[in-house]
Design a binder for this molecule. Structure first.
Ligand SMILES: C[S@@+](CC[C@H](N)C(=O)[O-])C[C@H]1O[C@@H](n2cnc3c(N)ncnc32)[C@H](O)[C@@H]1O
Length: 278
């Protein structure tokens, strides 16, 4: 996936950075409006192997490696906290697959999703139309989570925190998380450094008065999912229109791209973390 934070903070001149940022927004719009991704429930790279206790969930059938990114945050990494959230938000919810899986795990939780892309929040609302009370809000224009303070027991995010910037994401997640709640999220950096990522998360958590529950290097698992998924990605990318196909090849971390090489040579840093609010 592209790393917008690197674009935002790169040393390139401002007009180039703005151009890349706008191109990225447009690419997501094309992706969610026209590409085969609109027929999927997730837009993350996946995690393998599957956990033996992944919960059967017919609504996401066929996309279990992608649902694993959510199983990790909603179950594996928080098992000792035994969360039973009454309310849960997915920040950067994409097509809503994470919330479909959350509904299978916590059928009584009140669910909400937000994404900066309005096309995908509408898509997610359709995909979740069978889940009573689930609401979606387009948001994130100012790197804010589009909900009120202390609104949720569980704040969840897969793939979006790096777009906010990790420190900014934690400030916002702490704001919308209710006392006693859990914040669980994942992301990835190209040319990343786990020690630096964990240090930033610890420092931001401490500044917000949050507990630091767990950090995990998940790169071996995301790379395993990528390797397994290459034939399917190749077939889907063949249908993406020019000029987005070449960009899509990089987005999909396909062999031959710098992004794939970074995975293969250990320069990629994918992580997952759990924080708690006292
Ligand atoms: C890699 S996709 C992950 C989608 C979904 N979480 C999943 O795993 O299937 C990242 C998502 O974050 C959204 N996003 C990026 N920046 C955001 C922000 N500041 N606020 C809300 N959503 C954002 C993008 O529009 C995109 O849908």
């Amino acid at each position: 996936m592209p790393d917008l934070v690197r674009i935002k903070h790169s040393t390139a001149p401002a007009p180039i950075r703005l151009g890349l940022y706008l191109f990225d927004l447009a690419a997501y719009e094309v992706l969610y409006r026209f590409s085969p991704a609109r027929n999927l429930r997730f837009f993350n790279g996946g995690y393998l192997p599957l956990a033996p206790d992944i919960v059967p969930c017919p609504a996401i059938a066929g996309e279990e490696p992608n649902a694993m990114m959510y199983h990790l945050l909603l179950h594996s990494m928080v098992a000792d906290l035994a969360p039973q959230p009454g309310s849960l938000v997915d920040v950067g919810c994409g097509q809503g697959g994470g919330l479909l899986y959350a509904h299978c795990l916590f059928p009584n939780a009140r669910l909400a999703g937000t994404d900066r892309n309005g096309t995908v929040t509408r898509l997610a609302a359709r995909n979740l139309s069978g889940v009573p009370g689930c609401r979606f809000v387009k948001g994130g224009g100012k790197d804010e989570i589009a909900f009120e303070d202390a609104a949720f027991d569980f704040v969840l995010s897969v793939g979006a925190p790096t777009y906010f910037g990790l420190t900014r994401f934690i400030t916002e997640a702490a704001r919308v998380c209710a006392p006693g709640g859990t914040i669980a999220f994942s992301g990835g950096y190209r040319q990343g450094d786990h020690a630096a990522i964990e240090a930033e998360l610890r420092s931001a958590a401490a500044a917000e008065g949050l507990g630091f529950h767990r950090y995990a290097n998940i790169t071996p698992h995301t790379f395993a999912a990528l390797e397994t998924d290459i034939p399917r990605r190749r077939e889907k990318l063949a249908r993406v229109p020019w000029p987005f196909r070449a960009y899509g090849w990089k987005w999909a971390d396909m062999p031959g791209s710098t992004e794939y090489d970074e995975y293969a040579t250990g320069k990629r840093a994918d992580f997952a973390a759990v924080l708690t609010k006292p």
